[in-house]
Design a protein around this ligand. Sequence first.
Ligand code: ASP
Length: 455
Amino acid sequence: MKVVKFGGSSLASGEQIEKVFQIVVSDPERKIVVVSAPGKRFADDIKVTDLLITCGERYLKGENADDEWAQIIKRYANIANELDLSTEIIERIEEDLRSLFEGNKQNPGSYLEAIKASGEDNNAKLIAYYFQKQGVEAHYVNPKDAGLFVSDEPGNARVLKESYDHLYSLRNRSGIIVFPGFFGYSLNGDVVTFSRSGSDITGSILANGTKASLYENFTDVDAVYSVNPSLVELPHEIRELTYREMRELSYAGFSVFHDEALIPAFRAGIPVNVKNTNNPSAAGTRIVNVRDNKNGPVIGIASDKGFCSIYVSKYLMNREIGFGRKLLHILEDAGLSYEHIPSGIDDISIILKEDHLTEGIECKIKQRILDELQADEVVFIHHLALIMVVGEGMRHNVGTTARAAHALAQADVNIEMINQGSSEVSMMFAVKAVDEVRAVQALYHEFFAKVPVNA
Ligand code: ASP
C-alpha cells in the first residue's frame, strides 16, 4: 500500500486535479492521498493558504477583507467548474469558511490556525467529492477522526508518538482515503498546523503510521536536481539519494521536499519517491536508507542566504574549561539557537540565522561575552551565505575539500569559514552573500560539469 501526496501546484486547477485522479487510479496500491491547498497556477498567482492568512488577519484587526474572501471562493468555484461539479460542494465550502471567519476571536492564535488549515481541509473534501463523481469509492478523512494528534505549537506542530498507532487503522478503511495535509489536532481538540509546506510532513507521518511500502510525493519537477535550476542551466537530475543527503540539501535551501518530512518515513524505513504530476512516467528521485556510491563524492550543492556569525577570540581558549558552555549559555539566555560552530585553538565562530538577531540583542551579547568571558575580541559578521556540498561518497574519496577550495579560489570567492560535519556527508562553506551564486556555479562546474580525466 502506498501513501501519495500532491502539492499545491498539482491541485491548483481542475485540469491538475484530473491528472491527480488519473495518477491515483492507475495504481491500486495508491490508497491514501494526502492533499495540499490549491497553490499557484502561474508565477505571480497567490496560494489559497496565503489568501486565507491575509483574510483572517484582516478580520482579526476588524478590517474589510471582501476582496480576499471573494478570491478564495473564486479559486474553489473555478476548480469545481472546470471539473463539472455541482454548486453544492462550493456552497458547503462557503458555509464552512463563513463559520470559521465568524468564529471566536478571543484566542487569535487558534482562530488563525483553523483558518489556515481550512485550505487543505476544504480541498480534500472537494477532491473526495470529485473522485466519487468519477465513480470511485473515495472518502474524506479528518485528521482528528484518524487520531493525528500533535503538540500545541501553532505553525510549528510536532506529531505526538501515539498518533502512529491510531493511524494504522486507516489501512482497514475501504476505498481511497483523501486526507488533508498540513495540520493535526492538539490533545485539547484544537487545530494546529505544521510549518509552511507541511503537507509533506503529513504524508510522511501517514506513511509511517500505516507502514506503507512507499511514500510518493508528487510535485511539479521531474526530479530533485543536484543544484538550484535557477542558478545553473539544465542541472544534473538526482536518481537516488539517502535521507541524510536530502536532509542536508533541504536544510540549505532545496525546497522540493520539506526537511522535517524525512524523519517519520526514515524511522519506518519507508522509501520516498519524488515525482512529477505533469510527467508521471518519469522515474523521479528516490530517497532511501543506503545507496550505491558509484557516482563520485558529491550528489548535490545547496546554498542559502541570511546567516551571520559571531567571531570570538581569546588567547589560550583551548585550555579554559567551560568556555564553550558559558558562551552557549549567553546565546541560550538570548533565545538563540546556532547552526554551526567552526573553531580553532584560540577562537570560535558561531553561525546563526540573521533574522534571529536584532541590533539590541547583538549589543547585549557582545557586552556579556567581553565582560563575563573576558574575550580579547568579539566581532559580528553579517550577510553570509552558507554553501553545502553534500554526498555520502565524500567518506570514500580523498581530496574533495581540496577540489572545492580550488574551485572557489579560481572563481575568486573568499571562504570565510569552512566546516565538515563529523558524519562526512556534507561540507559547509560560509561565503559573503554577494559571492553566493558565483560560488555555487564554480562548485557545480567542478563536481558535475567537468569531464573526468579517466572518462
Ligand atoms: N498550504 C500550506 C502552505 O502553503 C501547506 C502545504 O502546501 O504543504 O504552506
